[in-house]
Design a protein around this ligand. Structure first.
Ligand code: 5AD
Ligand code: SF4
Length: 468
């Protein structure tokens, strides 16, 4: 590349908050921007365009965005002083939920784009650049940036370029979006919209392209991924189990994962697939939120604790070594000590290998926010601490059980110390070993030698390396 060409290259810095769906979306935004000449940058200071791909799930997550925007405004002001500019875009769920509010609170924002509209980024960017140039020339324009928070009738998936998001042998693949469940604490049905499954053929095509680009692991994503019901070429409807089986036939693909599931959509076929599809990893993230029937009802989860218990039994019948992970919320309005004890008891009975747990966060516009009997912060904090202590103990026990085993590890990145590499076991545990960086992106056999709270130490078993 000549110096001139190098200089004309534009840079985009994308910061991702929240879930894996956002990680996937960020990759796709990079894909959309690449043909416009945008290469990825490691910092806002070196970028011409900054995209914050935001999360609205809890108050803390969305407030972070505003403080980051304050910092970016300062960079922009400095840039303008030098006669240049910095374009600022807010994407994702905060953009969807608070579009106008963002522009009002932070006028330095040039673009607000919702999760269903980012395939239109090139047009939005052109429009925003035009406006910015006029402003720099001293024109006064009404309104702030450019806003697109529509749920356009065309699917963004039909308008996105081929994916380039394979990192160290692993890639996300979005197959379903949105949610119709309306849990009373959750903003997702409002920010991501109604449930939508991508057609099976288009998912399969993308899966093959990702494998051809070097992926040996695919994680299928959706807010309600096991509610997947994609149209197939012959007009029939494929379930997630059917799709997983078809993806399992792609040559060279070694691992399949999917997230996030809902207990109500865990059908027989999917449970059976866990025992039959060798690539399907023995790990399932199945959020239960609470162990109290009364609270589950108030959350509008559509199932009680018994259904969850039965599901776990049936899954473990098919796949005895299945590692279970879940999400928990403490301090939902009206949660009594007895309700909380019921959650602790459920955790005790089931045994989790990993978990995410949160204090209930009151989200404007959700039915939960209007409920009487909101729980004081101090009570939430005490319950969360007790719950996390129990879950941490279970995670450590789960890790300990694996010590002494030799397992395949997919290496993803360098470890914390020089000479170390870090990867994932089939049960999604972090495993670090002394090993060459050349193994990153591939699977090697590792003997697990020591368990820690959230990781395991291991050593590569050379003779098995090829067989793993
Ligand atoms: N407060 C706390 N946690 C929440 N979650 C979703 N909405 C809220 C909220 N208002 C948690 C749920 C969900 C996970 C992604 O985030 O546990 O499964
Ligand atoms: Fe939110 Fe409930 Fe839908 Fe999950 S199932 S995305 S928690 S509304």
């Amino acid at each position: 590349m000549t110096l001139a060409a190098k200089e004309s290259r534009k840079r985009v810095f994308i910061r991702t908050y929240g879930c894996q769906m956002n990680v996937y979306d960020s990759d796709r935004m990079a894909d959309v921007l690449r043909p416009l000449g945008y290469a990825l940058s490691d910092s806002p200071e070196q970028a011409d365009l900054v995209v914050l791909n935001t999360c609205h799930i809890r108050e803390k997550a969305s407030e972070k965005v505003y403080s980051e925007l304050g910092r970016l405004r300062d960079v922009k002001v400095e840039r303008r002083r030098d006669g240049a500019d910095l374009m600022i875009a807010v994407a994702g769920c905060v953009a969807q939920a608070e579009g106008e509010e963002i522009a009002r609170r932070q006028p330095a924002v040039d673009i607000v784009v919702g999760p269903q509209a980012y395939h239109r980024l090139p047009e939005l960017l052109a429009e925003a650049e035009r406006k910015a140039a006029l402003r720099r020339a001293g024109k006064r324009l009404p309104g702030a940036g450019v806003l697109d928070t529509e749920f356009p009738p065309e699917s963004k998936f039909d308008h996105l370029p081929a994916p380039a998001g394979v990192r160290a042998g692993s890639a996300f693949l979005s197959i379903q979006e949105g949610c119709d469940k309306f849990c009373t604490f959750c903003v997702v049905p409002y920010t991501r919209g109604a449930e939508y499954s991508r057609p099976a053929q288009s998912v399969l095509q993308e899966a093959r392209a990702l494998v051809a680009a070097g992926a040996i692991e695919l994680t299928l994503l959706g807010q309600n991924v096991n509610a997947y019901h994609g149209e197939a070429l012959d007009g029939s409807t494929w379930s997630l189990a059917r799709l997983v089986r078809a993806i399992g036939e792609i040559d060279g693909l070694r691992r399949i994962r999917y997230t996030t599931s809902h207990p109500r959509d865990m059908d027989d076929d999917l449970i059976i697939a866990h025992g039959e599809v060798p690539q399907l990893m023995p790990y399932l993230h199945l959020p239960v939120q609470s162990g109290s029937d009364r609270i589950l009802e108030a959350m509008n989860r559509g199932h009680g604790r018994d259904l969850f218990r039965r599901l776990v039994d049936r899954l473990r019948d098919r796949r005895p070594d299945l590692a279970l992970s879940s999400d928990f919320i403490v301090g939902f309005p009206g949660e009594s000590d007895a309700d909380f004890d019921a959650t602790m008891q459920l955790i005790d009975e089931v045994g989790f290998a990993a978990a995410f747990s949160f204090k209930y966060s009151r989200r404007p516009g959700t039915p939960g926010a209007a409920l009487a009997d909101q729980i004081p912060e101090s009570v939430k904090a005490a319950r969360l601490a007790a719950l996390q202590a129990l879950l941490a103990r279970q995670q450590r026990e789960f890790n300990l059980e694996k010590v002494g085993m030799t397992v395949p590890v997919l290496f993803a990145e360098p470890g914390r110390k020089p000479g170390q590499i870090l990867g994932k076991s089939p049960w999604l545990q972090s495993v670090y070993v002394e090993g060459p960086a050349s193994l990153i992106g591939s699977i090697a056999a590792v003997r697990l030698i020591e368990a820690h709270a959230v990781s395991l130490a291991g050593e590569i078993v050379p003779s098995l390396e090829a067989a793993a």
